[in-house]
Design a protein around this ligand. Sequence first.
Ligand code: ADP
Ligand code: MG
Length: 322
Amino acid sequence: MDEFTVINRFFTHLGPRLPEVIEGVGDDCALLQLQPGELLALSVDTSVEGRHFPEAADPWALGWRCLAVALSDLAAMGARPLGFTLSLTLPETREDWLKGFSQGLETLAKLTQCPLIGGDTTRGPLSLGVQVQGAVAPSRVWRRSGARPGQILTILGNLGSAAAGLDSMTRNPQRLQEREDWDALEKAYMLPWPLTAEAQRLAQNVSISAAIDVSDGFLADLQHLLAASALAAQIDTTQLPLDSLLVERWGLPLARDAALHAGDDYALLLVMDEEDFPLARNLCPDLKRVGQLVPGAGIRDQEGELLEAHGYNHFSLQQDKA
Ligand code: ADP
Ligand code: MG
């Protein structure tokens, strides 16, 4: 199969048709039409085999995952997806691999209303680059820098699960291919759920002052938001959202440690006024309040202990992955 056959067979009409997409795959550029006054939101993520995901992982899941991690950045700005481009580097053109990969990609593209609008295909070690495009009204953009003292810190999505899922697959590599049998933790790592629809619901109804998605770890990413907003945070570590299976498997202390330090969960941290929390939770019942923004610098827990982000070193794949 040459490059053009691969594109035609697996990557042409993938995902929904949106009125904003004037031209998708096929010409030299894709063309997008924004609504008057809207901003274009752009983000790119590259996933490399052996570094961002284990070798020999299920191709369907890899298709889902490379789009999910990119969509998480759009959600974290309150932007609605318009489309994505795919920079695909493949060691060989294996038909069964391409079929699985494009079907995983297509499933999530449809669920999140985000079509494939272009890309590039080359030969080399397996690498999956996804650039997402989104639209957002200037008055509604969620920046990291918008938090104010006295506002509350909330979180949507569980923490620590992806680390446990990766641990399980690192110990039993044959599980990487057993997608139908994955438990909640393995799914959290391999098939992260981008909070696209949830973010849109919140963006349309609630005033969110600042947001970030948790890709590197709760403390590390919270620290980015605090630095951008020039604030400190007080958090209650007993309120961190943990999957019951994680607590059952790892016990509460290790589960909390993973929730604070491990990455790959793609939860959303959202800052809002306290009086907006009930409405926000009506829209997203899993939304949890975990702390408050205060003047100063640093992150302290309910006992006043300073919490510092450290790399999560339990698993080699997690180390130094940037
Ligand atoms: P060019 O050389 O002009 O960049 P290409 O030959 O690389 O064009 O690609 C032809 C068309 O196919 C373009 O519209 C491009 O966006 C699209 N395309 C190439 N690779 C992919 C891919 N992996 N997924 C989606 N679209 C792709
Ligand atoms: Mg090209």
